[in-house]
Design a protein around this ligand. Structure first.
Ligand code: NAD
Length: 481
């Protein structure tokens, strides 16, 4: 059984060794507000040491390891993660405040990413290209080298899986900077990776503040690729810093996911997706569906059914496994409450309820459904990252597309209609990295390329696309006459 508060949690992992840092940061339980441990406050020097250790791994055993051996190690990590699902889920629920069943799903997904990328490690390769007489031309897929991974607090395990998993599969050596609000499962993952035989330096973990360890990592000249998931503002700063070193950046930023519900939709099938895609993880999901677009003839019925579903939602401590847990932090709670203040002029359709005996120090917010909401209202435009959805009426298909595309984001979107031709038209017309037809989220499949358009970011993670992103294509042209 993993111990979430083992001494390693207040250390950084650099070159296979767990090191103390001069300063530490508190680990707060979002369900109670209590301090439950400490994590390291990594510095720019720690980042520098981690990059040096990662480069040594690239120059050593890790860099020379055959792809299938890398794959075997990843597969072993996946097996160890799978054996520890319950322990990891409890750790995540306590650290991040997500209900146990969501935390469990995240741990299962992490195991699945390791399994997928373990199997894929030796299946990505170059090609030969027919060319001029006397030439043999082929391409090689090579790792970037040392890759930086800056991840947020909302889905640490899933994002480690899709980002670090894919980078290791392609033979990169990683420096991971988890979010200061959610480090425990990242540290646990690193311990499991060591146990699975990952060579020293292939994965280095430096917890710390974004403005310190994060900024140092994104500007470090030894990093050859950065993968960032988080807010638009920070993503822009990371891209700017990385630009100084002219390295590629993958940005997975926010979203304002619409679901378009047409009058011919199967409402029984749609209802759980419409509500849960907005409230999963208390709305702290980049691919959350925070806008529900409803064709007017079914407005009354749909709004009534969504309101009933909202009224049944319960908010409580993560370990008690209610529908929603607390938000990650007091800061995030204030941020979401700021949006609720902005919505004071809007009609409230329904709210959920708190369970009895809620701990006083927790970061709890009631889920709230607003409608009808005008397309240009702040709550219909900005990413709230809390348990809030707006319902927007529309008449025609053209109007629905205009509303769906009418934000600066484009990450995920859903279409509910039985009309096959309309499904195909809308799948093309909507600006979005993923489009779901008669579902939302597609179960989060690790196989499915994921990423944004516009302010939702650029680059793709998950599936085989991530493996192309975490590698460089080299063309070799041999003239032999
Ligand atoms: P953030 O973008 O500030 O933090 C994400 C990661 O970036 C963390 O690891 C953080 O330490 C690091 N970071 C912060 N400043 C940095 C810097 N200057 N250089 C390098 N790294 C830095 O996100 P947040 O403050 O935790 O959350 C704020 C808002 O961001 C949320 O309310 C939400 O709207 C959005 N968000 C989006 C996602 C997503 O998955 N799209 C995830 C988390 C947060």
């Amino acid at each position: 059984m993993l111990d979430s508060l083992s001494p390693d949690t207040a250390r950084v992992l650099i070159g296979g060794a767990w090191r103390d840092t001069a300063e530490t940061l508190p680990v707060l339980n979002p369900s109670t507000g209590e301090e439950i441990g400490r994590i390291a406050r990594g510095t720019a020097q720690d980042i520098d040491d981690a990059v040096t250790a990662a480069q040594a791994a690239m120059d050593g055993d890790w860099g020379r390891m055959p792809a299938f051996e890398r794959g075997r190690i990843l597969t072993r990590i996946g097996r160890l993660v799978a054996e520890q699902v319950e322990a990891l889920a409890e750790m995540e629920a306590t650290d991040v405040g997500k209900p146990l069943k969501q935390a469990r799903a995240d741990a299962v997904a992490l195991a699945r990413y390791c399994e997928f990328y373990g199997g894929a490690a030796d299946k990505v390769h170059g090609t030969t290209i027919p060319y001029l007489d006397g030439y043999t031309v082929y391409t090689l897929r090579e790792p970037h080298g040392v890759t930086g991974h800056i991840i947020p607090w909302n889905y640490p395990m899933q994002i480690i899986g899709r980002s670090v998993g894919a980078a290791l599969a392609m033979g990169n050596a990683c420096v991971l900077k988890p979010a200061e609000d959610a480090c425990l499962t990242a540290l646990a993952f690193a311990r499991l990776a060591q146990e699975a035989g990952l060579p020293a330096g292939a994965l280095n973990v430096v917890p710390g503040l974004g403005s310190e360890a994060g900024a140092a990592l994104s500007a470090h000249p030894g990093i050859r690729h950065i993968s960032f998931t988080g807010s638009v503002a920070t993503g822009g700063a990371v891209q700017k810093a990385a630009g100084g070193n002219v390295i590629p950046v993958t940005l997975e930023l926010g979203g304002k996911g619409p679901q378009l519900v047409f009058e011919d939709a199967d409402l029984d099938a749609a209802l759980p997706f419409l509500v849960n895609a907005g409230l999963q993880n208390a709305g702290q999901t980049c691919s959350a569906s925070s806008r529900i677009l409803v064709q007017r003839p079914i407005w009354d019925e749909l709004v009534r059914r969504m309101s009933d579903a909202y009224a049944a939602k319960r908010v409580g401590p993560a370990m008690e496994d209610h529908d929603l847990g607390p938000l990650i932090s007091a800061v995030q709670k204030r941020r979401v409450e700021g949006f609720l203040d902005k919505g004071a002029d809007l009609p409230v359709l329904a709210r959920g309820a708190f369970v009895e005996g809620l701990p006083e120090g927790g970061n709890y917010v009631l889920p709230t459904l607003y409608g009808p909401v005008a397309q240009d209202h702040a709550l219909a435009q900005q990413e709230i990252f809390g348990p809030v959805q707006v319902v927007i009426p529309f008449d025609t298909e053209e109007e629905a597309v205009a509303i769906a595309n009418g934000t600066e984001f484009g990450l995920t979107s859903g279409i509910w209609t039985r009309d096959g031709a309309r499904q195909m038209r809308l799948a093309r017309a909507i600006r979005s990295g993923q489009v779901y037809i008669n579902n939302y989220g597609a179960g989060g499949g690790v196989e499915l390329p994921f990423g944004g358009i516009g302010k939702s970011g650029h680059g793709r993670e998950k599936g085989f696309e991530a493996l192309y992103g975490f590698s460089v294509l080299k063309t070799v042209a041999a003239y032999h006459g």
